[in-house]
Design a binder for this molecule. Structure first.
Ligand code: ADE
Ligand code: ZN
Length: 329
């Protein structure tokens, strides 16, 4: 039932979506030994979230040129299109793409956009970018990242976010970067309520003025906050497979996404870092249908919420909304 549904993904880390075989291929070309990040079956191997971040960064070490990012973008979008994704927003970090140098970042971005245009011509999938500093790299680096974001803000770089270790620092440490991004016209999101509790969600909304929250699922621990999110229309970029793989919840039925949806929160569904979590958008939909008895009507609501929450320009949004309408007619 869910296979053929058109899907919208708002929370996808580009490097985190790299198939392990793709990263192994790059490592072999560059004569790098990164065998320690894979298990015997060739999958990414990590023991917890913090180790996952290290493995992620080690895999990213193989991505050294704009050309590598061009190939990565093609590989990732091919997988997404095969899952029925018609529109996707991906997190991009100038930390990994040119070491936060504006000129180098522009070259990486050019290569990524070129690959996205090729994928759009081939499969019809539309990609947009959200520039994302890495929280554990600290607020000073985030400022440089915000400058890269502001210099390239426009019809393709449409948002600014914050990823990385939520246990380090506070959202307000990144206020300068978020203010600069907002002034450049970028829309805002922030990872919170994944490893931090409900207060981390409150802090991100109050101190950074974000309109979407990456994950946000631990809001469920405070029902007053859940009701505030519903009332204000704050959008959650929920990644259930990621949360389960990282041990936040023991299984799909225990995941709070069903309760958040039932209580009126604007819920969207994404994969986060799909090969790390053995997932795809098609698999997320299947598991959700099984766990919560969600039918095509619920998925249509979620897809529409996602399109409305997308950071792209109104004309692009209109096109994806029309595609959704004709699929569900
Ligand atoms: N970077 C990649 N995936 C992430 C996640 N789930 N949380 C925080 N930072 C990330
Ligand atoms: Zn994420």
């Amino acid at each position: 039932m869910t296979d053929t549904l058109p899907k919208i993904e708002l929370h996808l880390h580009l490097e985190g979506a790299a198939p392990p075989a793709f990263i192994r291929g790059l490592a072999a070309e560059k004569k790098m030994d990164i065998s320690g990040i894979f298990d015997a079956r060739g999958n990414y191997s990590y023991i917890d979230f913090w180790h996952f971040l290290k493995v992620y960064e080690a895999a990213t070490e193989t991505l050294k040129t704009p050309g590598d990012y061009h190939r990565l973008t093609r590989a990732v979008l091919e997988e997404s299109a095969a899952s029925g994704v018609i529109y996707c927003e991906t997190f991009l970090s100038p930390d990994f793409c040119g070491g936060r140098d504006v000129g180098a970042w522009q070259e990486y971005l050019h290569a990524i956009r070129e690959a996205a245009e090729e994928a759009e011509r081939q499969d019809g999938i539309v990609l947009r970018g959200i520039v994302t500093p890495i929280r554990h790299f600290g607020p000073e680096k985030a400022k440089e990242t915000a400058i890269c974001a502001a210099e390239t803000a426009g019809d393709w770089i449409v948002g600014f976010g914050l990823a990385g270790d939520e246990k380090i620092g506070k959202p307000k440490d990144f206020a300068w970067a978020f203010d600069a991004a907002r002034e450049a016209g970028l829309r805002l999101t922030c990872h919170a309520g994944e490893w931090g509790g409900p207060d981390s969600v409150r802090d991100a909304i109050r101190d950074l003025g974000v309109e979407r929250i990456g994950h946000g699922v631990r809001a469920i621990e405070d029902l007053a906050l859940v009701d505030e999110l519903a009332e204000h229309g704050t959008v959650l970029e929920v990644c259930p497979g990621s949360n389960i793989a990282l041990g936040l919840y023991p299984g799909w039925r225990q995941h709070p996404v069903g309760r958040l949806f039932d209580r009126g929160v604007k819920v969207t569904i994404s994969t986060d870092d799909p090969p790390f979590f053995h997932t795809t958008m098609a698999r997320e939909y299947e598991r959700l249908a099984d766990a919560f008895d969600w039918d095509a009507g619920v998925f249509a609501t979620i897809a529409r919420t996602s399109a409305e929450a997308a950071f792209c320009d109104p004309a692009t949004k209109d096109t994806i909304l029309k595609k959704l309408e004709s699929a569900h007619a």
